[in-house]
Design a binder for this molecule. Sequence first.
Ligand SMILES: C[S@@+](CC[C@H](N)C(=O)[O-])C[C@H]1O[C@@H](n2cnc3c(N)ncnc32)[C@H](O)[C@@H]1O
Length: 177
Amino acid sequence: MMGYYQKWIVPALIDLSMRNKRLRPYRERVAGAAEGRVLDVGVGSGLNLPFYARQAREIFGLDPSPALLARAGGNAQHLNIPVHLLEGSAERIPLADRSMDTIVLTWTGCSISDIRTALGEMRRVLKPGGRLLFVEHETTVTGAVPFLGSLVWPLGCANAICLSSVDLGRRRRTSSF
Ligand SMILES: C[S@@+](CC[C@H](N)C(=O)[O-])C[C@H]1O[C@@H](n2cnc3c(N)ncnc32)[C@H](O)[C@@H]1O
């Protein structure tokens, strides 16, 4: 029963909750600023994909959930940008060192169990001068995308995988970024 819940119910709940229209301005701002080769960590059902602009030349979407990646594949179909969907985890990113210009995380940091290792991996795959763009529903740092807070998260946490005690801003500052 738990396997079925994790495999099918959780992805459907994530997709449903993340379709919240209130998230759209944040997607526009974060995905719209991405340039070059872009890694979307925790791409989920691909809801950022329509917001990538022309300066994003190639997109890599990473997620551990095959069910969410299948949904992302549907959202990638109408894009003019090449999209590569990768099954895997942020703690072990299946990409070469210094290969990405931008990394995007939208409401994903709270789902990653070992965020410190994941940030180290993101650092590894970013080119020198590359940018990490993120939006989270927890503490952020100056200049980061604004706090989203409880407007969204009653639904977002319905997926039961949100580790809301994770403070991505603090972890980012104490990691190699
Ligand atoms: C709240 S959803 C956000 C999805 C997407 N970024 C969006 O904005 O719609 C969190 C996502 O993180 C993914 N995730 C969970 N653990 C992960 C990990 N270790 N590495 C990468 N992604 C992970 C989940 O499968 C899910 O797609």
